[in-house]
Design a protein around this ligand. Sequence first.
Ligand SMILES: [Zn+2]
Length: 413
Amino acid sequence: MKITIHKGTHEIGGTCIQLSSEKTSILLDAGLPLSADSQPVDLSGLSVDALLVSHPHQDHFGLMATLPPGTPVYIGRLARSLIDAPQVFLGKDRYALDFHDFTAWQPFTIGDFTITPYLVDHSATDAYAFLIEAEGKRLFYSGDLRSHGRKGILFENLVKRPIRDIDLLFLEGTMLHRSNDQFPDETAVENTIFQTIRQQKNISFLLASSQNIDRIVSAYRACKRAGKLLVIDIYTAWVLEQLRQITQNTPAMDWPEIRVFAAYSQDKKLKANPDYFGDFRKRLYLHRVKREELHATPEAFLYFGKMSSFRLMNAFKNAAAPVNVIYSQWLGYLDGTHPDYFGSDQIAAYRSDPAVNFVYTHTSGHAPVEDLQRLATALKPRILVPVHTEHGEDFSKLFANVVTHNDGESWEL
Ligand SMILES: [Zn+2]
């Protein structure tokens, strides 16, 4: 089998790995690089039999539409819905590709390849690792994963009942030189949110990704414990609506502790796409909270927002009690090098604003080194190739059988 890592050997994001047998060629992820210094791979002339997308994060699927038209794309069904949602809310076309879905733990074939998707715990929902078999070889691609989210059991199962006879493991190494100790898991995040909102005298805002379902659950649970109402925007309500495909157990807009704040700009998208949204708009209005209600009793609410919500946050500043701004995503977005994140300057300035109580709480979407070591020890691969990392050279100090490669290099397994 011929292997080429087009991108991902020396950076976090932009992952794209090609596997070719005698007759069949497949791609593992077609990621958009996260770093502005990194050039996207040119996939327009690449003829492959299929692309497998591990999970709905841009740095894994962002280049899928640049493949030659008609290339089959295999992705989880919910993941595909979660990719569609922001397209519609950004006023862009939904992806019209040759999509195929798969079922967790059910093997399927693409030419010479047999692929078994393993559902994993990650900050994206419907995320998978893949076992790939062809020409007598067995490869395991970790995708992005961790053990400390709300589905950590999936990681523990991989460690407890490891897949045997792995010739090659592609292992992500996002956290190689990063610590997750301050907030080791979602429970720690939930507790910080709870402690912040329980005796609040003004409103709290939580800034996190609407696609980080574990974080929405943490916010919801903190609200329930503190007797507060969780306010979500229309986009977040729609994301939660998609989860209904697989579970009734995640919070949704019709739960009694949840309200929807209907901003004009998002409501416009609902009106513009009636076929896509069905009766969602009608149902949404049953659960609406108005701006006047937020101002009447601000201490009753936790608003799940974005950095771009700063104008709304400013409207609640007063001399009597600070607004809580709970920052619950990667701190790097506030370092001044992400002007593309609208509002990041304003949010960064809240850290020294006396009218704001700025609180940070976030746990990573990625496994810390100790967990990666547990996984690698259990899988015992003959070769371990680091990907999705800035520190591939350091893997050999931490793992056995490490072989590093450079982007664009090809080799035979
Ligand atoms: Zn990811």
